[in-house]
Design a protein around this ligand. Structure first.
Ligand code: ACO
Length: 428
C-alpha cells in the first residue's frame, strides 16, 4: 500500500503519496497538488525540491557518501580511468572490453574539430574568457553535426556522447592556445584521453609534451571526481534546457554557462587566490581563519563548507591523497600546499568550523593539483567542465532518450502590481 501524508487546507484533507528512493530517502509526491488543491509549492533555490527521480548518482551529505551508479567514488582511485567512468554514468553499467574499445576508437577518430571551426577561434579576442569560448563552441558543434539534432536511440547516444567528450578537450586546448597566441596542436591518435589533452595544451611544434603516469592518474582522478554530482546548478540547467528537446550540444553549452559562475565551478580559483594572498605575506593562515570567522569581514574560508556535505566531502579526501602523491613524484615543494595543510589543521580543532560541520570541499585541493600540472588559473573551470560533461550527458539522456520527457516549467507566486490601467507618460 502506498504511504501517504495528509495535507489539511481550508478544513479539507488531501492524501499526498510518499515516494521512497532505493537508499531509503523519502519525498512527498506533489504532482497532483495544484490539480487537487489549487495550491503550488514555493521553494526558492530548490533546497527542498526533488526535480526528478534519477538512477545515476547517490549522495549522502550527512555521511560523506558519493556513489556513481552505486559505486563509491573512492573505488576509482586505484586505476583511475575517466572514459570508463563516463561510460558507466551515461549507460548505467561498466563497459565490457569490447564496448570500451569501440567507444575509445570513436573518441580517437573524432578528436579533431571541423577545420572551419578554427576560424571561429580566431574571431575571439585573445583576452576572451575560455569558458565563453567553450560554451560558444559546444553550441557551434550542432551546426557541424545536424545528424545529432534528434537523439532517440542508444546507438546514436553513444555516437554523439563520444564525439562531445572527445571534442570538448580539443576545444578547451584550442581556447587556451588562442589566449596565449600560440599555434593549435592537433590531437595525436596514439595518445590516450588525458595525455592527448595535455599534449594539445602544452606541446610545441618543436617540442612534444610527455605526460608521466602519476600526472595521468591524478588528472584522470580529478576528472572522475567532478564527473557528476546529481542535481547541481549546471546539471539542472542541462536538464531544464534539454526538457524543451533542445539538442545535446545546446543543452551542454548551457551547462558550461551555469558552471562558469563563482558560486559553482569558479570556487577553486578563489581557493588559489586565498592561498596566494597568505603566501605573499599579506596575512598568516591564523589571521585568515580569524577573518573568515568574523561575519563583518565579508570573507569566508574558500574551499570549506558545502551545501550538501555536512560531514567531509569524500572528493576532497581522495584529492588530498592525490596531491600528496603528485608532489612526491614530482619531488617538488609547493608552499601553497603547505599553507593548505596548515589551514586544514587549524580548522579541524577550531570550534567555529567543527560546530558548523565545515570541512574542506573538492575545490580546496583541485586548484593545487591543477597548478602543479601547469594548468593556468583561467582554465580551472574549463577542466571542471570537461570532467562534468559525462554527468550532463547522462542526465540529458536519462531524461530525453529513455522516458517521454515533459517540459520543465515551474510556476511562481506573483508579487507585482494588481491590474493597472495603461496611461502613457510619453509626450503625445
Ligand atoms: N568560511 C567561514 N564560515 C562559513 C563558511 C566558510 N567557508 N561556510 C559556511 N560558513 C558559516 C556561515 O557563515 C554560517 O554561519 P552561521 O550559522 O553562524 O550564520 C554557517 O557556516 C552555515 O553557512 P551557510 O551559508 O548556511 O552554508 P551553505 O550550506 O548555505 O553554504 C557554501 C555552502 C556556499 C559552499 C559555503 O560553505 C561557502 O561559501 N563556502 C566557501 C565557498 C566554496 O568553497 N564554494 C565551493 C562549494 S563546492 C562546489 O561548488 C563544487
Amino acid at each position: 500500500m502506498t504511504e501517504t501524508v495528509t495535507l489539511k487546507v481550508d478544513g479539507k484533507e488531501y492524501q499526498l503519496p510518499l515516494v521512497t528512493g532505493t537508499e531509503g530517502e523519502r519525498a512527498i509526491d506533489i504532482t497532483r497538488l495544484r490539480a487537487e488543491t489549487g495550491l503550488i509549492s514555493l521553494d526558492p533555490g530548490y533546497g527542498n525540491t526533488g526535480s526528478c527521480e534519477s538512477a545515476i548518482t547517490y549522495i549522502d551529505g550527512e555521511q560523506g557518501i558519493l556513489r556513481y551508479r552505486g559505486i563509491p567514488i573512492e573505488q576509482f582511485e586505484k586505476n583511475p580511468n575517466f572514459i570508463e567512468v563516463a561510460w558507466l554514468l551515461i549507460f548505467g553499467k561498466l563497459p565490457t572490453q569490447q564496448e570500451y574499445d569501440r567507444f575509445s576508437e570513436v573518441l580517437t577518430n573524432t578528436a579533431n574539430v571541423d577545420e572551419a571551426m578554427k576560424h571561429n577561434f580566431q574571431g575571439f579576442p585573445r583576452s576572451a574568457p575560455p569558458m565563453a569560448i567553450l560554451s560558444a563552441m559546444i553550441n557551434a558543434l550542432s551546426c557541424y553535426h545536424p545528424e545529432f539534432q534528434d537523439v532517440d536511440d542508444p546507438d546514436q547516444l553513444e555516437a554523439v556522447a563520444a564525439r562531445l567528450i572527445s571534442k570538448i578537450r580539443t576545444i578547451a586546448a584550442y581556447a587556451y592556445r588562442r589566449s596565449r597566441g600560440k599555434p593549435v596542436i592537433y590531437p595525436d591518435p596514439k595518445l590516450r584521453y588525458v595525455p592527448n589533452f595535455l599534449h594539445m595544451m602544452f606541446s610545441q611544434p618543436y617540442d612534444k609534451y610527455i605526460c608521466d603516469d602519476v600526472t595521468q592518474d591524478a588528472f584522470n582522478l580529478l576528472l572522475i571526481l567532478h564527473a557528476d554530482h546529481e542535481q547541481n546548478c549546471s546539471t539542472s540547467t542541462v536538464r531544464m534546457v534539454g526538457s524543451s528537446q533542445a539538442n545535446l550540444f545546446a543543452s551542454c553549452a548551457s551547462g558550461v554557462s551555469a558552471l562558469w559562475g563563482p558560486l559553482h565551478g569558479g570556487a577553486n580559483v578563489q581557493v588559489l587566490k586565498m592561498l596566494q594572498t597568505i603566501h605573499d605575506g599579506d596575512m598568516t593562515p591564523e589571521e585568515y581563519v580569524r577573518r573568515a570567522k568574523d561575519k563583518d569581514s565579508g570573507e569566508r574560508l574558500m574551499g570549506f563548507g558545502h551545501r550538501v556535505y555536512k560531514n567531509f566531502d569524500p572528493r576532497a579526501t581522495v584529492l588530498q591523497r592525490t596531491a600528496e602523491r603528485l608532489f612526491k613524484k614530482m619531488n617538488k615543494q609547493d608552499p601553497l600546499l603547505d599553507i593548505a595543510r596548515k589551514l586544514e589543521e587549524i580548522t579541524l580543532s577550531d570550534s567555529y568550523f567543527v560546530e558548523r560541520n565545515l570541512y574542506p570541499n573538492v575545490d580546496f585541493y583541485s586548484g593545487i593539483i591543477l597548478r602543479a600540472i601547469g594548468i593556468p588559473v583561467n582554465m580551472f573551470t574549463v577542466i571542471f567542465a570537461i570532467g562534468r560533461l559525462p554527468g550532463w550527458i547522462a542526465h540529458w539522456a536519462e531524461q530525453n532518450v529513455s522516458a517521454s520527457p515533459r517540459i520543465a516549467r515551474p510556476r511562481q507566486v506573483y508579487t507585482g502590481n494588481p491590474e493597472t490601467r495603461y496611461v502613457s507618460l510619453l509626450d503625445e
